[in-house]
Structures are given as structure tokens and as C-alpha cells.
Design a binder for this molecule. Structure first.
Ligand SMILES: [Zn+2]
Ligand SMILES: [Zn+2]
Length: 274
């Protein structure tokens, strides 16, 4: 059985554990592949992201642990780049890049789409309704499709974080789905991998992963590729909702997921992950 997580934070950004603590926990939990994805420098907007100094320390630390534990686990150096952050060159120095949208423009400032129910409400009020907000949000996510350096689209429908009980919109609302589908189409066209992200479950805010199963089914039907990530901020949650997610992924039709290897991402039978 292969266990992989490519979305891992640490004390260098907003995570609770060191790179080594995460690594040891991953080994203990039976992971073969662990990718670190600290928040790339976006300090003008995001105080949790890594500044230049922290970025260098982060890179060094991950590379040191990669070498130290190479006989026990395959470690990859990645980064989670916000579309508002700096641009990277593919594979320098990162093995892979997750592209994410965490903010939308509200007047002259940016507000976090994943901060709280109250902030989401404020954003919706600014845009007039949730659909207009969704349009603006997915417009930002679409930009990820055009960044060649991005391998994985992070939590594609993060804007629904506080919509567990459809407080803002019905998940099957046609106009909403259309906005999401257009964005997904573009990302598929550019060969991006979508992550099934259990991060909000770990934080107790959602009961199922991103993307919503309707979007996940759509991704499957349109030939999109996926991987399973826990967006881990504390070591205990490294495999949060892992088995249930595999079931959900299979129920949506998938028979494979993408595995990161020394060479590149490789499409791998889902039974290898069970
Ligand atoms: Zn994120
Ligand atoms: Zn993250």
C-alpha cells in the first residue's frame, strides 16, 4: 500500500510542527511519500506565508530531513503558492508546486476566503450575493491554469469552507456549478492535478473534503487527474479522513490517482493506495 501526502505545513508558516516532527509522524503512520508545501512568500497580503529568510531555512530543513530519513520515507520539497504571491520557476528549487487562491479583492484590500463565517458573510455582502463572489473567486482560480510552474490546484472550491450546511449556496445550484465547471475545464485543459483536500475536516469545519463530490465527479468525467492531500497543519492530522476519502474518490468514478516519484507524477492504480 502506498500512502502519500503532498500538502504539509510546518512552523515555517502556519503549521504547528517542525519538519522533522512531521517526517517522523509520517513514517510512523506508514507514509511512503511526504511532500512539504509551506506557504510561498505573499507577505504583502498573507502574514502566515514565509518571508525570504524563512523560505531559505525551510528549504534547507526539508532537504536535510530528506537526506536524513531517505531510507524510511521519500520526502519532496514543494511550496503552496498563492496566485497573489511571487512567481516561481518550475522545479527550481521545488520538486512540485501547489497553486492556490486564499484571497479575493474587497475594495482596496484583500480578504481571506477561508477565515471565518463572519468574514465570508462580509465578502458576500460586498459582492452583493454569493454567485457574484463565486464568479470573482473562480476568476482568480482560473489564473492557476495559466501558470506553467503549477502542478496541483489547491482546494479548488475553498470559498465553500463555511457552507457545510449550504448557508450561502446550494452545492447543486446550476449557476454556481457552471462557474466551477468552467474553471475546472481550464485547469484540466492545462493538465493540472486537482487535490482532494481534507484540511477543513481536520479543523472541524467540514465533513467532506474539497472539492465537493459534484465537482469531483465532474473532474472524473472530464478526464481530470487527482491526488489525495490532508493540507496538514498538525502532525496528528496527517492521514485525516484518508480511508473515507479513497471511498469517496472511487464512488466518483476514479480508478487512479497521481503519485509523485523521483521523475515526475505517475498515474497509479487506486488499489495501490488502499
Ligand atoms: Zn491553502
Ligand atoms: Zn495549505
Amino acid at each position: 500500500m502506498i500512502k502519500q501526502n503532498l500538502h504539509t505545513h510546518s512552523i515555517y508558516c502556519d503549521g504547528k510542527n517542525t519538519i522533522e516532527e512531521m517526517t517522523l509522524e509520517a513514517i510512523q503512520k506508514g507514509f511512503q511519500v511526504l511532500g512539504f508545501s509551506g506557504h510561498g512568500n505573499c507577505r504583502n497580503i498573507d502574514n502566515y506565508s514565509m518571508d525570504e529568510e524563512n523560505t531559505q531555512k525551510y528549504i534547507q530543513d526539508v532537504l536535510t530531513m530528506k537526506e536524513k530519513y531517505k531510507d524510511q520515507i521519500q520526502i519532496f520539497l514543494g511550496v503552496e503558492e498563492d496566485v497573489l504571491g511571487q512567481r516561481f520557476i518550475k522545479h527550481q528549487p521545488y520538486d512540485y508546486i501547489i497553486g492556490s487562491v486564499h484571497f479575493v479583492k474587497v475594495g482596496e484590500q484583500y480578504m481571506a476566503v477561508d477565515e471565518s463565517q463572519a468574514i465570508t458573510q462580509q465578502i458576500v455582502e460586498y459582492y452583493g450575493d454569493f454567485l457574484s463572489y463565486a464568479k470573482s473567486y473562480y476568476q482568480e482560480v482560473k489564473k492557476i491554469a495559466d501558470y506553467d510552474e503549477v502542478d496541483i490546484v489547491g482546494h479548488v472550491d475553498l470559498l465553500t469552507k463555511f457552507n457545510e450546511n449550504e448557508e450561502f449556496i446550494a452545492f447543486d445550484q446550476e449557476d454556481y456549478l457552471k462557474l466551477a465547471y468552467e474553471c475546472i475545464d481550464l485547469c484540466i485543459e492545462k493538465g493540472k492535478i486537482f487535490e482532494v483536500n481534507t484540511g477543513a475536516i481536520a479543523r472541524g469545519q467540514r465533513q467532506t473534503p474539497y472539492p465537493h463530490h459534484l465537482l469531483l465527479s465532474y473532474i472524473y468525467k472530464h478526464g481530470g487527474k487527482i491526488c489525495l492531500n490532508s493540507d496538514c497543519h498538525q502532525k496528528e492530522m496527517l492521514d485525516c479522513y484518508y480511508e473515507k476519502s479513497i471511498k469517496l474518490i472511487k464512488a466518483c468514478g476514479f480508478t487512479s490517482m497521481m503519485l509523485l516519484t523521483q521523475d515526475d507524477f505517475v498515474e497509479t492504480d487506486i488499489s495501490d493506495f488502499e
